[in-house]
Design a protein around this ligand. Structure first.
Ligand code: KG4
Ligand code: ZN
Length: 357
């Protein structure tokens, strides 16, 4: 049996400053020893979205304290760690630099292995932290910046089966909220409104429905929603709730249909998956989770949905992905470069500093 590993994980790719300490036993699910997340939502709310310069500055100001708190809550010293992991991308480059540079400094001073983690890979592997899910599984990753169906074959081995051709699903929720005068981030606001809305009053399109390939398109839905909203403006509270319900139902129908296509492609290429796994902020949405549960059982598999705090950005997923890589001897050198963009299926090697494009 492999020996247990304890890893510090640092996440700074977007608007959460997060650090966590996670233990990966030789087998079985992980143990979260601490998981500290500082959200910058209030600092960005007035702008209706994340402002990169504000985010980077806030990460610089908060990160040392967040790491100290994570170490304290875990009750471990730096000397007791087996490795230091940080999200090295994709994300807002200013924030990524802050997190990765801090991880490098700790790794250098404490003489510990450094693991540069792909933020998307961390989302992808969270189901193994929480549920010890075996490979291969089908991942639905839906966040503010990403909408992907991915075959997760092994650590570092991913094949993208489908993606969005325009907006990400989280982005569509955020834009819908903004259009209807709701707060940021839009997902929870729209879901809350949809609970007391009539999904049938407004007719919205279901883009890509029935296509063989597993891609998404969200921008047409957003435009259709704006047209419907303009027809009934000025909007009453009930109008807003009904528009949210119609939007969410359209997303649920599209997601269900696209995941059916994705699971079909998965089975053709890799045989049956061990599970359908959800990750990313959108996976918090209860209506989407319920629909995915139905799709999974219809397709002869099970749904694995990590708890909401592990679906949205956090340090525990970075620490876990770091531990998974470390257990396979996949470490990085101190000249590893931060990256704004890095697809999940683009190979597991990070470029050195002189190779940055
Ligand atoms: O994964 P995440 O925390 O950050 C990244 O984008 O990487 O995802 C945030 C996104 C936002 O677009 C937010 O509106 C969406 O997830 N979201 C939701 C819900 N909660 C968060 N979307 C739909 N329903 C929700 N309950
Ligand atoms: Zn994320």
């Amino acid at each position: 049996m492999e020996s247990a590993m304890v890893v510090l994980g640092i996440e700074t790719t977007c608007d959460e400053t997060a650090a966590a300490v996670v233990e990966r036993p030789g087998n079985g699910p992980g143990r979260i020893l601490s998981n500290v997340v500082l959200s910058q939502i209030e600092e960005h709310a007035a702008f209706g979205g994340v402002v990169p310069e504000i985010a980077a500055r806030a990460h610089v100001e908060a990160l040392d304290l967040i790491i100290a708190q994570a170490m304290k809550e875990a009750g471990r010293s730096f000397a007791a760690l087996d490795g230091i992991a940080a999200a090295a991308g994709p994300g807002l480059i200013g924030g990524v630099i802050v997190g990765l540079t801090t991880a490098k400094a700790i790794a250098l001073v404490r003489e510990k292995p450094l693991v540069a983690v792909n933020h998307l890979e961390a989302h992808a592997l969270t189901a193994r932290l929480t549920d010890n899910t075996d490979f291969p599984y089908c991942l639905f990753l839906a966040s503010g910046g990403h909408t992907q169906i991915v075959a997760v074959l092994d650590v570092g081995k991913y094949e993208r089966l489908g993606t969005t051709v325009d907006d990400a699903i989280g982005e569509a929720f955020d834009k819908t909220a903004k259009l209807l005068g709701l707060g940021y981030p839009g997902g929870p606001e729209v879901e809350g409104e949809a609970k007391h809305g009539d999904a049938e009053r407004f007719i919205l399109p279901r883009p890509m429905l029935g296509r063989v390939e597993a891609d998404f398109s969200l921008s047409g839905l957003k435009t259709a929603l704006r047209i419907e909203a303009e027809k009934v403006a000025p909007l009453s509270d009930q109008d807003v709730a009904d528009l949210c319900a119609a939007f969410q139902q359209a997303v649920v129908d599209v997601v269900s249909d696209r995941l059916r296509a994705g699971l079909r492609i998965f089975r053709e290429r890799f045989g049956g998956p061990t599970a359908l796994v959800v990750a990313g902020g959108v996976a918090v949405n209860q209506a989407i989770r319920r629909a995915l549960g139905r799709v999974a059982s219809e397709q002869g598999t099970v749904l694995v949905a990590p708890p909401p705090e592990l679906c949205t950005d956090n340090g525990a997923m970075i620490a876990w992905a770091g531990a998974e890589r470390l257990a396979r001897g996949m470490t990085d050198t101190l000249d590893v470069a931060p990256r704004a963009r890095c697809p999940l299926d683009g190979g597991s090697e990070w470029p050195r500093r002189d190779a940055v494009r």
